[in-house]
Design a protein around this ligand. Structure first.
Ligand code: G6P
Length: 614
């Protein structure tokens, strides 16, 4: 969603901020803007609807924007339409305040009314302009309310979520930033600071950084910084090394980040698994859970929650927890769980699954479960993210930064970690050492098997090409691969804009079968497993109504060729592990369909990488 990058130092801010905005493009946005302060030109602001490149071109035409302190923003519209007036930065009308903001100010209407009564005129429909005006209204350096104090005072009045960066014409060497609910990192360089909502905009310049905590405010000058709470209690943040390599966020020869990340999966899963399986002891080693092992083993019920792709991984988690750990488990959309006053009994463990660790609904569901006494586990990729910080314990995915908006390597990372957690609990409860060993060996073999699937990429592209003009697709699977079918449909929708539905194969007969007509593609996940024969019957039902079947099948299965037009093979494996393999051809099909239809794979329309509003 929205992205922030801000700079204060000795270099020219403009190229640095534009480069930072380009690194944030993957998060999804619809307009961009920049504000720079310089001795020669004072405060200059430029905004543009559409791509960062439009803004860049506008700046070239305008000239100026020459200073060494500035802030920039990519906006994903929430309050007010996609217009230049609504884009950030926003300014006040009195004190020379310029501000960028991620999040939502919930009491903006009341604050707007108050400020209008005090004579302020608004030029946008945004909640952010209200905050800029409020800081300006409070700014009174002659009576001790400098920029830092004005920001602190304003934030004490604000309800909602924010990450902000603020500069002021009257204090040209100062930047003030703050956070509540939305992430904000301060990169610490050599007499320069780069503030951003996402490490990807910082790592090209420095890997030393600290994350602001909720209700923290930082005042930055070229010489240093001071961190305090909104109540002005001074605090000392811990500067740490960002675990980020620049090549992780660059394309490195691939055409798109999604493609790169699909192909990265063998390597990313080797990292996810690294050191976590002890074959000698026949055990899974998860340092993050060790302290709570006793409580986890006694769990009476597990609730898995997430949104989007993370929800699909959680659905597979539901099968894994019941099958391997034998603990009653439910999986639920975080957005539903948070509002339905759920019953959380003693002995409940909530597992929040999220790539970013910042999805607003997932955070809220986690808090709801925690408030009602659940023990909480985070299955998260981004280190230090909100969910990682708010859970009692957790297991990181370790798949590296995911830039592609359509989540791929995070999905396989999530399913792998959930399998490890199920083994961690199952082995200590009821599952035989032999079964655990079989699944652990199969997990270890997954990266090599994904490599074999990736080697058939050209064939998968050719198959996709044959059907890419069709506008309606079905994805069908049973058992462990029903959620995989949902994920396959989601991938296709997200980036190729083809209408696709994923569902349990047996459910098709209860309605969706009416959609099938001559040539409609139906992708069946038909790997060898306990429900193979049933899936074959479902395939026949589609075929007899003229549908075209693309089957994801197990290597060596020749029989399936007699019922499916197209067959994509994946190596055999135990059923609980199979989604990690069957999903890979579906990711590739979605990728090829989007490219063949001429879409911008890494910037799908209307989507945001991380949805930080409900
Ligand atoms: C957005 C993204 C999806 C993602 C979902 C959950 O909708 O576009 O790709 O699966 O959010 O994100 P999370 O970071 O919580 O996994």
């Amino acid at each position: 969603m929205c992205g922030i990058v801000a700079y204060i130092g000795a270099k020219k801010a403009r190229p640095l901020l534009i480069e930072g905005l380009k690194r944030l493009e993957y998060r999804g946005y619809d307009s961009a803007g920049i504000g720079i302060l310089s001795d020669e030109f004072g405060l200059e602001v430029a905004k543009s609807v559409g791509r960062v490149s439009h803004l860049e071109n506008r700046l070239k035409e305008l000239g100026g924007f020459d200073g060494s302190i500035g802030l920039a923003h990519t906006r994903w519209a929430t309050h007010g339409g996609v217009t230049e007036a609504n884009a950030h930065p926003h300014r006040d009308d009195k004190a020379g305040i310029c501000l960028v903001h991620n999040g939502i100010i919930e009491n903006h209407s009341a604050l707007r009314k108050y400020l209008m009564e005090r004579g302020h005129t608004f030029h946008s429909e945004t909640d952010t302009e209200v905050l800029a005006m409020l800081i300006g209204e409070l700014y009174d350096p002659e009576n001790g309310t400098d920029l830092e104090a004005a920001v602190q005072t304003a934030l004490r009045e604000v309800k909602g979520a924010y990450a902000i960066a603020v500069i002021c014409e009257n204090e040209p060497g100062v930047m003030v930033c703050a956070r509540k609910g939305s992430p904000l990192l301060v990169g610490v360089g050599n007499e320069e600071f780069i503030v951003a909502s996402d490490a990807s905009a910082i790592v090209a310049h420095t890997t030393q950084a600290f994350m602001l905590d909720d209700y923290n405010v930082v005042k930055i000058t070229r010489e240093g910084f001071r961190t305090s709470t909104v109540d002005n209690v001074e605090i000392m943040p811990k500067v740490t090394e960002l675990e980020y390599e620049l090549e992780q966020i660059e394309l490195g020869g691939f055409s798109h980040f999604m493609q790169k990340e699909i192909f990265e999966q063998p390597a990313s899963l080797r990292t996810t698994l690294g050191g976590r399986i002890d074959h000698n002891e026949g055990k899974v080693v998860l340092g993050g859970l060790a302290q709570f092992a006793k409580e986890l083993v006694k769990a009476k019920r597990i609730i898995l929650t997430g949104q989007g792709t993370a929800l699909h991984a959680s659905m597979i988690g539901e099968y894994l927890m019941e099958d391997i750990a034998k603990i009653p488990t439910e999986c639920e959309y975080a957005s539903e769980f948070r509002y339905r006053n759920p019953i959380v009994e003693d002995g409940t463990v909530v597992i929040a699954v999220s790539q970013s660790g910042e999805t607003a609904d997932t955070i809220a569901a986690l808090r709801e479960a925690k408030d009602k006494g659940a023990l909480s586990v985070g299955v998260v990729n981004v280190v230090g993210s909100s969910i990682a910080r708010e859970t009692d314990m957790g297991v990181y995915l370790r798949v590296g930064p995911e830039i592609g908006v359509a989540s791929t390597k995070a999905f396989t990372g999530q399913v792998t970690v959930l399998t490890l957690i199920a083994l961690f609990m199952g082995r200590r409860r009821v599952t035989s050492p032999e079964r655990c060993a079989r699944i652990m060996n199969a997990l270890d073999a997954v990266p090599d098997k994904i490599e074999q699937i990736l080697a058939t990429n050209d064939e998968i592209r050719r198959i996709t090409e044959r059907y890419v003009e069709r506008n309606n697709w079905l994805f069908l699977g049973r058992g462990y691969n029903y959620p995989t079918a949902m994920e396959g449909a989601l991938k296709l929708k997200e980036i190729s804009y083809i209408h696709a539905e994923g569902m349990p194969a047996a459910e098709m007969k209860h309605g969706p079968i009416a959609l099938i007509d001559e040539g409609m593609p139906a992708v069946f996940i038909a790997n060898k497993g306990s429900q193979y024969d049933k899936v074959i019957s479902n395939i026949e039902e589609v075929r007899s109504r003229g549908g075209h079947v693309i089957a994801i099948a197990t290597e060596g299965d020749e029989e399936i060729r007699s019922v499916a037009e197209e067959v994509i093979y994946v190596p055999g494996c135990p059923e609980p592990i199979s989604p990690l393999l069957t999903v890979v051809p579906l990711q590739l099909m979605a990728y090829h369909a989007a490219v063949l239809r001429g879409h911008d794979v890494d910037k799908p329309r209307n989507l945001a990488k991380s949805v930080t509003v409900e």
